[in-house]
Design a binder for this molecule. Structure first.
Ligand SMILES: [Zn+2]
Ligand SMILES: [Zn+2]
Length: 633
């Protein structure tokens, strides 16, 4: 009864996902037998799921050999799992995703652990399955196993096409945001810190009597000019960049040059790559349909699309249709398609192995050995070597059998153990579909350019944003002008002790750009000042210093990058802004920049949050070192 409940739940989930039965199932393998017990449930569920009525009749047939193995296996999750996995390996289906997803979605709480263990076994490369298992262990109070399987979920991401494209797209988008926002924030905070000195100098050029608010307004208008001329935020930042370049020291200038380089890197290649990855999964309908066939979830519309593309001799569509015939056990169709494919791809180990397996099953052992040997010179794999050893054994070539079996075990002992578990001398397995063909097609068709120009247009709508050359030229020109102009006059500054304005033009006597005349006398020439007045003045300065210190500490903690600027370490300031920006984007986009393609599950957020925590720790370290350097100044 328990098994039946699991099966009914499974069917419900499969219908909900629309991954197992299709309206085309009526034409599926004729050998399949109906499941009388399940049919009433199926009809009821199908009506629930709002499926067309004819698909209910068709549901008595199976859509693939794997599905048949699942439903015709001996009762019990373990037996179903083993037989389905073995059948899947036989037809090169490395992951039975539909069944794995259904198991996760439909298992009642008390069976969650068994169901998710089986899901992981059926689809070892599906991150969401590992995360379901981690969750089940968590609920069972087995925290160490939870950690192990959460880690396995993250580790599975690169092995899964949709998951890896999603993670790479999200990471690239985050990187582009950090590369653009980090430098802009640094240029902005540096510009703000230098603003009053520059405003004073600008005012002196007009009149020394000019009040400071008028000087500030004048400079502000000047900084906003490029923006008013239609260059957008990029123009504003470019003006502040020039300001920083004119007033900063050599360390400031080096950091600013680095900033300019990173902005260009973020705005152009990174944003473009992010757009390519984020749009790749939907960029090419034929590739998406081929992927659906690999996953066993193709819709009738996708099948039509593949057939049309196949007529126009689209390689990928032909490959996918050949795989589909294999999955359904349509031997003649599959052989015809694989032989045609072999003419176009004579060095494809997947096709060679499938044809070898076909010959082996027919008892044409010598022919099979030829196919396998041909494939093994191209790309030896544990599965292929296992097949070859089976063929040698069948031909009583025992020495070669042993050598080949050893070679297979050296390549992947675990896989060989799984393949030999059945103890069936007639068992051979296909190789998995070369998924890179699909990935390459998707990436080639994805248009990252439209995505990146839309986003960069928001920041740099004018001449500056027209191409990367313009942006680089803009920064170079601004830096050059700032460099020349900066040498033409003496810069105003503020006294490090009392904060008074120091300006060679306005003051009659000037000691240095760091300390005002009054403070110089106070600290370095005490004999010339009245002792009582001196004590009072020193007390006043100490009070001021304590107040400024408190304000600086507060601002340093609240605003990223300030502690580095105050420590006269622009490099440290920039580093802390970049690290802080990474932490922010990782937390804000912890669920990805676009929705998860139902493959990553909790593995994505977990990886992003862990990385965000690591960035936060680094940020705190940089912040503290900035505060310590400032204290030692
Ligand atoms: Zn002073
Ligand atoms: Zn002045």
């Amino acid at each position: 009864m328990r098994v039946l409940r699991v099966r009914a739940g499974l069917l419900l989930a499969l219908f909900a996902l629309g991954v197992v039965f299709s309206p085309y199932a009526a034409t599926a393998s004729p050998a399949a037998s109906p499941l009388p017990v399940l049919n009433p449930t199926v009809s009821a569920l199908a009506v629930d799921a709002d499926l067309p009525v004819d698909s209910v009749a068709g549901s008595q047939e199976y859509r693939s050999l794997v599905e048949r193995a699942w439903f015709e296996a001996r009762p019990g999750l373990e037996a179903q799992g083993s037989q389905t996995r073995l059948r899947a390996l036989e037809i090169g289906m490395a992951n039975v995703e539909g069944a794995a997803r259904a198991l996760i979605a439909s298992a009642p709480p008390e069976e969650a652990l068994a169901a998710s263990l089986l899901a992981v076994r059926l689809a070892p490369d599906l991150p969401i399955a590992h995360m379901a298992l981690a969750r089940a262990y968590w609920d069972a109070g087995r925290y160490q196993d939870t950690l192990v399987h959460a880690g396995a979920g993250i580790a599975a991401i690169p092995r899964h096409l949709e998951a890896s494209i999603w993670v790479v797209g999200s990471l690239l988008m985050m990187a582009a945001s950090v590369l653009i926002a980090g430098p802009l924030l640094f240029i902005l905070s540096l510009g703000i810190s230098l603003f009053s000195d520059a405003a004073h100098d600008l005012g002196d050029m007009i009149s020394r009597e000019m009040p400071s608010f008028a000087r500030a307004a004048l400079l502000f208008a000047l900084v906003l000019l490029p923006m008013v001329l239609g260059e957008g935020a990029a123009g504003f930042v470019l003006a502040l960049f020039a300001l920083g370049f004119a007033y900063g020291g050599s360390r400031h200038r080096m950091t600013l040059a680095l900033c300019a380089g990173l902005v260009v890197l973020g705005l152009y290649p990174t944003l473009r790559l992010a757009g390519t990855a984020l749009t790749a999964l939907e960029a090419d309908a034929t590739a998406a349909a081929a992927l659906a066939v690999v996953r066993g979830s193709e819709t009738p519309a996708q099948l039509d699309l593949l057939r049309q593309a196949d007529e126009k001799s689209d390689d990928l569509a032909s490959y996918a249709l050949a795989l589909r015939a294999r999955r359904r056990g349509e031997v003649e169709e599959m052989e015809r398609r694989h032989r045609l494919l072999l003419e176009q791809r004579p060095a494809d180990p997947v096709i060679l192995t499938t044809l070898g397996n076909l010959s082996f099953k027919r008892g044409e052992t010598q022919k099979a050995i030829e196919f396998y040997e041909r494939a093994s010179t191209i790309e030896p794999s544990a599965t292929l070597m296992f097949n070859l050893s089976q063929a040698y054994a069948s031909a009583f070539r025992m020495e070669e059998f042993e050598n080949t079996m050893e070679r297979a075990q050296r390549l992947d002992a675990e896989k060989v153990a799984e393949l030999s578990r059945q103890g069936d001398t007639g068992f051979v397995a296909d190789l998995p579909f070369p998924i890179m063909l699909i990935r390459d097609r998707m990436v080639a068709k994805a248009d990252g350019g439209a995505f990146s120009s839309t986003l960069s247009g928001l920041l740099a709508p004018g001449w500056l944003g027209r191409s990367w050359i313009n942006t680089v030229a803009g920064f170079l020109l601004a830096g050059l002008i700032a460099f020349v102009v900066a040498g033409l006059f003496q810069h105003a500054s503020r006294c490090a002790r009392c904060g008074r304005r120091i300006c060679a033009r306005c003051d009659d006597s000037m000691w240095s750009s760091d300390i005002c005349d009054g403070c110089h006398h106070l600290f370095h020439r005490p004999q010339r000042t009245d002792p009582a007045l001196r004590m009072a003045r020193l007390q006043e300065l100490r009070t001021r210093e304590a107040r400024v210190e408190r304000i600086h500490l507060a601002v340093s903690i609240i605003v990223p990058g300030v502690s580095g600027l105050l420590a006269k370490r622009p490099d440290l300031s920039f580093l802390s802004i970049i690290v802080c920006a990474w932490a922010v984007v990782l937390f804000v986009w912890r669920n990805g920049v676009v929705p998860d393609p139902l493959a990553v599950g909790g593995a994505g957020p977990l990886a992003f949050i862990l990385a965000g925590c690591a960035m936060t720790v680094i940020y705190i370290g940089v912040l503290i070192s900035g505060l310590m350097i400032r204290r030692s100044l």
